[in-house]
Write a protein of this length. Sequence first.
Length: 340
Amino acid sequence: MSNQMTIYDISKKAGVSIATVSRVLNGSANVKPKTRKKVMDIIEQYGYKPNAFARGLGLNSMKTIGILCADASDLYLAKAIYFIEQNLRENGYHSVLGCTGYELSGKKESLNLLLSQHVDAVVMIGSNFILNNPEDNQYVRDAASQVPIMLLNADFDCNNVYCTLCDDYKATQDATEQMLLSGVKNILYLYNSNSYSGLKKLAGYQNALLTHDISLKKELMQCFKGSHEDIDGVKSFVEAITKKGVKFDGIVTSDDFLAIGAMNYARTNHIKVPSELQIVGYNNSILAHCSEPELSSIDNRLEDMCIQLVKTLIGTLSQNEMPQKTIFSGELIKRGSTSF
């Protein structure tokens, strides 16, 4: 048993946080004597021998943070890597980047590789690291028993996992609601992912309609399966939807590239934006400025989230009690593609 024991197990058995176990192991004075005794009794009982690398105590720290993302060519993920890496450097930490792809095997492999390099913590960028099947998330739990895991824009309830996310549900609901109140009758929802974040956005759109007593229509909720670089593919996808007789005078999307594809569809088919068709993007990326008129888009506060994530990470590595979940509100940045 002693070889298998981790500080995660000790914290569970003692009923205290991992940070408290770390403080006891590090001889910190900032622990109540009663709590110290409880932790030390369990350590003695199980013959726990602390691994200096796995403690996350700053003792023998490698001053290196692992960063994982699915695809560094994705605009949103690339920008997140930039903000996080920049903030880590300002705090005296190096980073090692792993691009995992979207398959579970790639995620596990990349995570294990980072852990074998004795990083102090791992940052996972994007909600695709948390899967809908609970068993598929065991790899995150296992890693969290060794080092702090920081999730950007994902929600996962687990000891030593810290989540920083945007309320995608409410942001999409609000944008859809504003479009309805401006007089739009039929809103097409375009999305490209069934990740945690993707499903939250879809639910926000659905709830806005239901709140206004509008029934949900399957043909108005369309998932584009192509690449995030295939803007022409999105244009053709929207054209194919209209050829099936689906009518809409508004489009809400889960990503700016989908909205730009929709704008190109409108221009090619001589549909006036925003008087005949209103369009909203998501992420408020540089793409929002790449259309005529410019694109209204939901700003999910990416830079603020990244700054907060690093703040939480540094606090955790300094054995401070940090919030396990920080939620930001998204904001619709209005430009020429909407009239509200």
